[in-house]
Structures are given as C-alpha cells and as structure tokens.
Design a protein. Structure first.
Length: 356
C-alpha cells in the first residue's frame, strides 16, 4: 500500500511549493490534490522562482486548499522565522523570543492581550506583503528585459521555459515564427494553468500585458481582491466533490483512500483531521450552518482581515494560556516555544531565571 508521504511527493497542486514545505512534510503530513505536477516543479525551485508559489507567507490556507501549518509561526516571527532553526543554540533563541515578547507587549504590563497579539499579527502580515512587493520588483525586471513596463504572456512563457531547461533563443524564434513548441505534457499543463492565472491578473481593459502591479497579483494573489476570488474558486474546485461550489465538513477533511500505512501515519492523519475539523467549524464557517460558501472562504483567506487576525490571536493565546487569564506571560510562551517558533526550548523555567 502506498504511504502517505509517497502520495504527497507524487501529487499536489499545479503550482510551485516553496522548498521548506516539502522539508516539513515528515512532520506535517497532508493529503494532496489530483495532480502529478508538484514533484517535478518543486525539484527546480531555485531557478523557477518566477512561478506563483503554492505556499503564501502569512496566509492561513495554501493555494492547493490545505491549511498552512506554519501560519502561526509566520505571523508571530515575521522575517525572524528563519533564525529559529532546529540546530540553533537554545539560549540565543530564548533571548530572541524574549525580545519579540517585549515588542508585542506594547503597554509593558508583562503579558500579551488578544488586542496586542492582533496588532502584531497584522504588522507581521504586512511585513510579508512588503517582502513580496520587493521580490516582485526583481522578478518583474527578469521577465521584462526591454524595460517597457509591461510583460506579455509570450515574454513570460519564454522565461518560464528557459528556467525549465529549454533553449531561450530557440523558444523566442519558434514563438516569433508561430512554430509548434515541443513541450512535455506536464510542463504544458503547468503553462495552461499559469495562462489562466495570467488572464485573471490582467485588469481591465484586458490586453494580456501585465504591468508591475498586475504581475504582483499574478505571483501573489493575496495582494488582489480579484485574484483572491480566483484563488478561492481554485480551492473550491479542488475540494468540492459534488460540484455545488460549496464545501461541507466531509469535503474539507477528506483524506485520499489507501494512503495510511501504519499506526504512526494513522495518528498523524487523526491529528490533521482534528485540526482541520476545528478550523472548519470554529473559524471558516462563519454562520455555523455546516457549509462553507465561496464568500466565507474568501473572508477567511484574506490575510488583512482584522477580524480573522483577532480570532487567530485568541487561538494562539488559548494554546499556551495555562493560568486561563486570557493573556500570555513570557513563561507560557517559552514553555510552548515550539508552537510559536518551531524551536523547542528545554528547561524553560530555569532558563527564564537565568536570563533575568
């Protein structure tokens, strides 16, 4: 029987997943979609950075419809997330975490409220936005070699195929002469889906030329309300089994048949389903009618939705709020550091006293 990890590596969404998503799959196993494209695309991540990423930083759901398990770490750490590595020195990580705590605690009362955490989440999300904008400028220049401020679909296609190993000069010549391009089926499928995204990012009046702002929407749909709607349609399409353009709980938490091989994998699946069920019932399904509409999913997906940020803040506090005062003290964050940073800090109580 095929293992779940093998299933994940062989399937996936039609878009490039960032490399660290795959590095974390052993811990956070997730079911994948019905496409075999992700594996080959992911192998070429470094040279294919102009592809829209599947994993959007600071967004709660990935573009393939699966929950972003690193979301709470991304919106708590921001740019510092890469500094909290598994092999980092615990003492240094404790100090970093204490600095972050003091920044979140803006009234200096030695505890973090939901409102303070909400403000911090919005700030870190905006930080991800600004980082995407800066990266977009670099990527836009790469696909706009003539510097006219617009990129045609053919210009982008040339750069995309060149990054896949095709000869750029030959591709340009064939496109100019309307000659057939000999492209393998999987690459062509990726191109077809990217072209759909390209059309959606092309704001009226449509001219199939993307300026820098439209190109940002193409790479990062979370920056555009129109593209956010399109992303929601894609997620619904992938998860909706009866074609009613809505999601039931069973559709949202469904697992591929025959992908659980042993008890350990079953335990991981059970935890995944539990988390996903809670997210569906308590967060996404706003009116609690058992159905998630496109409108509800769009609000949930909007990274700059203040209500969602407050709800996330309350959830994050609830995880570590051992004294049930609806606030987070430093000791609680240090004790649950693995949740907030991905880094487990041992002997937190003794270390707190050492730091002070």
């Amino acid at each position: 029987m095929m293992s779940r990890q093998a299933f994940l590596c062989g399937l996936g969404s039609l878009y490039l997943s960032l490399l660290f998503v795959f590095l974390l799959m052993d811990v956070y196993a997730r079911p994948a979609n019905n496409s075999a494209l992700k594996e080959k695309v992911a192998e070429a991540k470094d040279e294919n950075e102009i592809l829209p990423p599947d994993h959007l930083n600071g967004v709660k759901m990935e573009m393939d419809g699966h929950l972003n398990k690193e979301f709470h770490q991304e919106v708590f750490l921001g740019k510092e997330i890469e500094e909290f590595e598994e092999d980092s020195e615990p003492r240094k990580n404790r100090k970093k975490l204490m600095v972050i705590f003091s920044k979140v605690d803006i009234n200096n009362d030695k505890k973090i409220s939901a409102k303070e955490m909400q403000r911090w989440i919005m700030e870190k999300t905006d930080e991800h936005f600004q980082e995407a904008v800066e990266e977009n400028k670099m990527h836009f220049k790469a696909v706009d070699p003539d510097g006219d401020g617009h990129v045609s679909w053919d210009e982008y296609k040339v750069k995309f195929l060149a990054s896949k190993g095709f000869n750029e000069k030959e591709i340009v010549e064939k496109i100019r002469n309307n000659e057939e391009l000999k492209i393998d089926e999987e690459t062509q499928e990726v191109l077809d889906n990217l072209k759909d995204r390209w059309y959606q990012a092309d704001n009226p009046p449509p001219d199939l030329l993307l300026n820098e702002e439209e190109f940002l929407s193409f790479l990062h749909p979370e920056h555009s309300r129109g593209m956010l709607k399109f992303m929601v349609k894609e997620i619904i399409r992938d998860l909706d089994q009866d074609g009613d353009k809505k999601l039931t709980l069973s559709e949202f938490i469904s697992l591929p048949v025959g992908t659980v091989e042993n008890q350990q994998a079953q335990d991981i699946d059970d935890d995944w389903v539990k988390d996903r069920k809670k997210e569906f019932e308590e967060v996404i399904d706003a009116n609690h009618d058992g159905i998630v509409t496109m409108e509800e999913l769009e609000e949930y997906m909007d990274p700059m939705n203040e209500y969602n940020a407050l709800n996330e803040a309350k959830q994050m506090i609830a995880v570590a709020d051992e004294n049930q005062n609806h606030h987070l003290e430093l000791e609680e964050i240090l004790k649950y550091s693995e949740y907030f940073t991905g880094s487990k800090l041992m002997d937190y109580a003794r270390n707190v006293h050492e730091e002070f």
